[in-house]
Write a protein that binds this ligand. Structure first.
Ligand code: PAF
Length: 281
């Protein structure tokens, strides 16, 4: 594996290039993205860059885990070809960028509403990293459902010549979705956090039995109510094309998404489902 800190040394791809963009603190979820990338391209390039532009809370940026040595070892073991781990000024040589990407209406809902400027920051760095690494395909994780929708929308609306691939959420055996933030959970908080996956499963099961949107959401909320230590920010069904909340009579593919605080740690999770009586998949 070549480790590169300046984009000018990335070199030309050897065959098709897949990029996996990360902020480091790598876990099994990221490695699944890497393996997916390996299965669809000749060359796998991973970026590790904690992007200040997407943090609305400076304290969150400050305490975001940084584990480059361990990350590099994991990536080497996965047979990654190139690790691009730039310093701030390689990505933002002019300091805070003047021209940025705007996520539009995606900023107004769910993660966008909870974290002002987050998706503008994500899309700006994703486009910059695409331009710096010139991949054929970029692989993202289904766990960040709204991020996937935002990136797909940018690629479509700005004619970015990069294919987007999505790899499934990786869960621990007890259902907890892998996240770099899980390291902040105490043992009892981790137990509490399991309610998120349970609630999503309950909602998905209700959808599968043909329940309408309100009932599907209620099924999940009932489960969440069992664990008051988990402070729910939203539990909702959203349109997988636009990230907007679905109408009460919506039928079709949907994402049930949840965000909650467990202690000081904010977690998100989601499940893809199908809404609409009698037509569940
Ligand atoms: O999903 C992430 O880790 C980040 O949002 C990304 C895509 C690497 C952009 O900084």
């Amino acid at each position: 594996m070549r480790t590169v800190t300046v984009a000018s040394e990335l070199g030309a791809p050897r065959g098709t290039r897949a990029v996996v963009m990360t902020m480091g603190a790598l876990h099994e979820g990221h490695l699944t993205l890497v393996r997916h990338a390996r299965s669809i391209a000749d060359e796998v390039l991973v970026t590790v860059f904690v992007n200040p532009l997407q943090f609305d809370d400076p304290a969150d940026l400050e305490r975001y885990p940084r584990t480059l040595g361990a990350d590099a070892a994991l990536l080497e073991a996965e047979g990654v070809d190139v690790l691009y781990a730039p310093a701030l000024d390689d990505v933002y040589p002019g300091g805070v960028p003047i021209v940025t990407v705007a996520a539009g209406a995606i900023n107004e809902v769910f993660e966008g509403a909870a974290r002002p400027g987050h998706f503008d920051g994500v899309l700006t760095v994703v486009l910059k990293l695409m331009n710096l690494t010139r991949p054929d395909v970029a692989v993202f994780g289904a766990k960040d459902a709204q991020q996937v929708i935002a990136v797909r929308t940018m690629v479509r609306d700005l004619n970015v010549p990069v294919e987007i691939a999505v790899a499934p959420t990786v869960r621990d055996d007890d259902g907890l979705a892998r996240s770099s933030r899980n390291v902040f959970l105490s043992a009892s908080e981790r137990d509490d956090a399991l309610v998120l996956a349970r609630a999503l499963r309950a909602a998905d099961a209700a959808a599968g039995s043909g329940a309408a949107v309100a009932e599907v959401i209620r099924a999940g909320e009932q489960v969440l109510a069992d664990t008051p230590a988990v402070v729910v920010e939203y539990f909702a069904a959203l349109d997988p094309a636009s990230a907007q909340p679905v109408a009460d009579d919506y039928r079709g593919d949907a994402v049930i998404a949840v965000a909650a605080r467990v202690g000081k740690t904010r977690l998100i999770d989601n499940v893809a489902t199908h809404l609409g009586q009698g037509s569940s998949a």
